[in-house]
Design a protein around this ligand. Structure first.
Ligand SMILES: [Zn+2]
Length: 167
């Protein structure tokens, strides 16, 4: 499902697509998320300083022209490849590129950091490759968010091929 939201010049969420609430509901979020988010700064909903810095640089880049960034946005039951499009008018679109079901797997018993862009996870042995982690579902209460080193480099170079792995 494709959806979008728009930011005003103060980074407040000024409009959302009609299907915004349905998207939230389908992903286990609040029933009327739009009512909660409208008028509030985007940064109230962005977890972690590194993610904030990353998003700010995307917004800045989008002033010169639309920025397209593939990202993994898996939900508990599904593997999903999205494209994030940020247009110069500060509208942020999420377009669904690929979707498939994922098998259930036994959950880990400790907190893991998940990359918000590709869904790789940081473990004791480092960041696990996406095609390994894509097959496991970790309960959301065990997950904190960040950006993996691979996505940071990918963003700098515009190379996002690794987001396709696991499909
Ligand atoms: Zn990543």
């Amino acid at each position: 499902m494709d959806y979008w939201y728009r930011l005003d010049s103060q980074d407040r969420i000024s409009a959302v697509s009609e299907n915004f609430d349905q998207f939230s509901r389908d992903n286990g979020g609040p029933e009327q998320l739009s009512r909660e988010v409208l008028g509030r700064p985007l940064w109230d909903f962005v977890e972690g300083e590194d993610l904030r810095v990353f998003l700010k640089s995307i917004l800045e880049r989008a002033q010169q022209g639309t920025v397209r960034i593939p990202m993994r946005c898996d939900s508990p039951g599904q593997l999903r490849l999205l494209e994030m499009q940020v247009t110069p008018d500060r509208q942020i679109h999420f377009l669904e590129l690929k979707l498939r079901d994922r098998p259930e797997a036994p959950a880990e018993d400790r907190l893991v950091t998940m990359c918000s862009w590709c869904n790789t996870m940081e473990t004791e042995v480092g960041w696990l490759p996406l095609d390994l982690m894509a097959h496991f579902s970790v309960p959301s209460e065990k997950i904190t968010h960040g950006i993996c080193p691979q996505c940071e480099v990918a963003f700098e170079n515009g190379e996002f091929d690794h987001l396709e792995s696991g499909f």
